[in-house]
Design a protein around this ligand. Sequence first.
Ligand code: PLP
Length: 385
Amino acid sequence: MGGAELIGKEEQEAVSEVVGRGVLFRYGFNEKRKNIFKVLDFENQFSKYAGCKYALGVSSGSAAVRVSVAALGIKRGDEVITQSFTFVATVEGVLEAGATPVLTEVDASLNMDPKDLEAKITDKTRAIMPVHMLGVPARMDEILAIARKRNIPVIEDSCQACGSGYKGKKTGTLGALGTYSFDYVKTLTTGEGGMVVTDDKKLYERACEYHDHGHVHNPEVPRGEDPHRATGFNYRMTEIQGAFGLVQLDRLNYVLAEQRKNKGEIKKAIASIPQVQFRDLPDPAGDGGDTLAFFLPDAKVARAFNDYLAKSKVDTKILPSAMNWHFAGHWKHMIQSLPPYRTDAWPKSEALLKRAIALPISVKMSDEQKTRVIDAVLKAAKEVL
Ligand SMILES: Cc1ncc(COP(=O)(O)O)c(C=O)c1O
């Protein structure tokens, strides 16, 4: 559940301070707000934390994906390659731009399969969007090498991996652009909200303009006279979200440390089950730790295992509980108009996902709670395997 578990007095005070000043809009009203700009402060602190030059607060992770696609000037007829196992929002952000999503298989890391990425690149590919699913970084060395060879920009969808890392850098900061979600269930939450990050000034400026109806944000003129050079939309973050985010950002390292500790304990305790094959971790130290995913020998066994966990009142996270929203094989409603779309187009991913179980890891997990999860998994193994 992440940052939401820790919401308390500090968030309450931060929000009430903003409400007390009465300015909820991120731009202007300088005198009334006493020159205090919470979204701007949050962006500055976030870029420091992530280790990148620019950060732009937006209204959601979905908005962050849409704004990143717009910043690259992606339009109808262009192709964006992402992966078949992700949340619908990744693909929606491409469709909203009028572009064509092309989806790769995932491998045992449950993230983009670099081999399939290479096979799916065409002369229409304008961006590659790996997704760091369930807090775990994708195989970024391989993906970046493929992208560099063809000069194709990479957008990292790090919406499920705020604070995760890959070989010493934060996920989201390895490609041209990165996106984060701060919705209610993420490691850092502002209720709804998101961030776009980049080191490229031009991409930042285009993202910034697009997220605010095309406003160029010329400080020399009043907002009403601000020039525009391209169309945009409203994906702005509010001051309340900015203030909330600043408090949550202070907690982020603690959230990650607790999740990693709890995950480590559970993982160690169930590693003795010979049929359990843990998900590949391309950089174990960078895992955000909010999910423990593993594969069982086949789909039938995984279903029975899941039924046993459900009977023991142990929840799963996405796998298999929310596959409808996270595997493209279920998205006929969304991409049926695309000629290459078939529900059975990702056999390798489907086979992997059908034998996968993912356990949610909380920040505040008492020893009793951990023992309950471990016992249920060990008993399920005895019963089913
Ligand atoms: C991979 C991925 N991308 C994008 C999003 C969209 O984020 P939001 O819910 O903030 O719109 C999510 C949300 O869960 C996600 O998991």
